[in-house]
Design a binder for this molecule. Structure first.
Ligand SMILES: CC(C)(COP(=O)(O)OP(=O)(O)OC[C@H]1O[C@@H](n2cnc3c(N)ncnc32)[C@H](O)[C@@H]1OP(=O)(O)O)[C@@H](O)C(=O)NCCC(=O)NCCS
Length: 198
């Protein structure tokens, strides 16, 4: 039986926006991804441990979670240059409850704060709600990551809760912030007719 994510109809090879193009990963994406995950600032913003992932861990993650045929994972390419600048994935897909978790990393520092992350997030939300017909997309983010929280808020996520003092970083405690967006909220914001049975 064909799995949920194995057909192009459900999981298109390319999602094109105004600023970025999302493409399924190719083997040559590994080089930049190894460099991003070796970056202490990326680790600080995205990981409970400040220790960056080892090359071996990144290779395994790339093979199993990014490159594999059923992976709900895309490289983020700058439109125009086609430069690979980041990656975005869904994890914990739960078709029965219509939910999934969202993740994004723009790995190239010089591309932070130019609107790329917000647009990539919106492209993934369109995929989740308008193609997959999901009900809910959730994420978690450290409370010190104000750029990410701002970007997620612009894309339509709202704060749903906080794990208080869940992370020690830079000499103090910070919350892990839980954010989410529901299908009706996305459709209302994007003026799509609501589907039934989704
Ligand atoms: C988080 C991330 C995806 C956001 O993408 P981005 O392209 O940098 O973000 P955008 O440019 O679309 O939007 C950022 C917004 O935050 C604002 N911002 C930037 N730095 C900020 C800061 N220090 N504090 C508050 N807001 C900030 C920007 O002004 C912009 O808002 P505006 O359009 O209203 O002016 C990207 O920065 C990234 O991947 N960072 C490294 C890894 C990471 O943090 N991943 C998320 C883990 S949960």
């Amino acid at each position: 039986m064909t799995s949920f994510a194995e057909t192009d109809a459900w999981d298109p090879p390319v999602l094109a926006g105004r600023l970025v193009v999302l493409r399924r990963h190719r083997a040559e994406d590994l080089g930049p991804i190894l460099r991003w995950y070796a970056d202490p600032e990326v680790a600080r913003l995205t990981r409970y441990s400040v220790r960056p992932m080892t090359d071996e861990e990144v290779r395994r993650y790339f093979e199993t979670r990014l490159l594999s045929p059923g992976a709900l994972a895309y490289g983020i390419h700058e439109r125009g240059t086609d430069r690979l600048i980041g990656l975005t994935t869904f994890s914990s897909l739960d078709p029965e409850n219509g939910s999934v978790l969202f993740h994004i990393t723009i790995g190239e520092h010089d591309r932070w704060g130019h609107g790329y992350g917000t647009e990539a997030t919106e492209l993934m939300l369109r995929l989740a709600f308008e193609r997959f017909g999901l009900h809910r997309v959730g994420l978690s983010v450290f409370s010190f990551n104000e750029r990410a929280i701002r970007s997620y808020t612009k894309a339509g996520f709202v704060v749903e809760g906080r794990l208080r003092d869940a992370i020690a970083r830079d000499g103090r405690w910070w919350d892990e912030v839980q954010m989410g967006i529901l299908r009706d909220e996305w459709l209302a914001a994007h003026a799509m007719p609501a589907r039934t049975g989704g």
